[in-house]
Ligand binder design. Structure first.
Ligand code: NAD
Length: 248
């Protein structure tokens, strides 16, 4: 018996990294998982194969969260196939780092479109279904830099801070319909996204973390399954920092 038995979950950007770990954890807890991806179908299929090999149910569905047409197609497809959406995890995200003075307009737009507008589009697209159910959980993956700021990431930080504001507002708007909305702000988690950073940047970050180690995708995944479960039925509008104590 898992704590998410019978639930249907959509995880955006779930073909690798944190999204992959979230998809696997939700399936381990009994949920049927829709593994959304925008790029590599092979990676998404690999996540689905991993989940189905353990006896749980999962499907891969392509859609860019930055496209309203794609998002509508995705969420309609989920309801057609599974009849409901209990859990939405807005995980998809990109970085286009640059100093403010060098940041190009398209670097700003791409990050805002995926990391902030994508959360708005996916949230809006599941809201009608969750309202009819009078139940739902939405978990938004923000970032600790959305709280603290970070030089060289004006676009990313603005989007992630926006996600925290969006979380609080949707939590207030949807509470009376039984829909709970929370955010997670990861610190420095080892994934392809952070592997791309220079070694000196990683070491400088490590030196500031009280727990003196980097996070793993599973640390985020465990918190997502908690927030999606009945154990978190009195928590909404919150942002949970999972960062080894980096920002207190
Ligand atoms: P990642 O780059 O490994 O994975 C991101 C995923 O999002 C990829 O599968 C990618 O294909 C997908 N994606 C990108 N654009 C998309 C789109 N338009 N539509 C659908 N999917 C799309 O990164 P990650 O480290 O696993 O990050 C996952 C989330 O966690 C992101 O929102 C990221 O900002 C956030 N985060 C990561 C860290 C970290 O240290 N890794 C820290 C804080 C926050």
């Amino acid at each position: 018996m898992g704590k998410l038995d019978g639930k249907v979950a959509v995880v955006t950007g779930a073909s690798r990294g944190i999204g992959r770990a979230i998809a696997i954890e939700l399936a381990e807890q009994g949920a049927t998982v829709v593994v959304n991806y925008s790029g590599s179908q092979a990676q998404a299929d690999d996540v689905v194969a991993h989940i189905t090999a353990s006896g749980a149910q999962a499907v891969a569905m392509q859609a860019s969260v930055a496209s309203s047409d794609d998002v509508t197609r995705l969420m309609n497809g989920v309801v057609e196939q599974f009849g409901r959406i209990d859990i939405l995890v807005n995980n998809a995200g990109i970085t286009r780092d640059n100093l403010l003075m060098r940041m190009k307009e398209d670097e700003w737009d791409d990050v805002i479109d995926t990391n902030l507008k994508g959360v708005f589009l996916c949230t809006k697209a599941v809201t009608r279904t969750m309202m009819k159910q009078r139940a739902g959980r939405i978990i938004n993956i923000s970032s600790i830099v959305g709280v603290s700021g970070n030089a060289g990431q004006a676009n990313y930080v603005a989007a992630k801070a926006g996600v925290i504001g969006l979380t609080k507002t949707t939590a207030k708007e949807l509470a009376s319909r039984g829909i709970l909305v929370n955010a997670i702000a990861p610190g420095f988690i080892t994934t392809d996204m952070t592997d791309a950073l220079p070694e000196d940047v990683k070491n400088a970050m490590l030196a500031q973390i009280p727990l003196a180690r980097l996070g793993e995708p599973v640390h985020i995944a465990k918190a997502v399954s908690f927030l999606a479960s009945d154990d978190a039925s009195y928590i909404t509008g919150q942002t949970l920092h999972i960062d080894g104590g980096l920002v207190m």
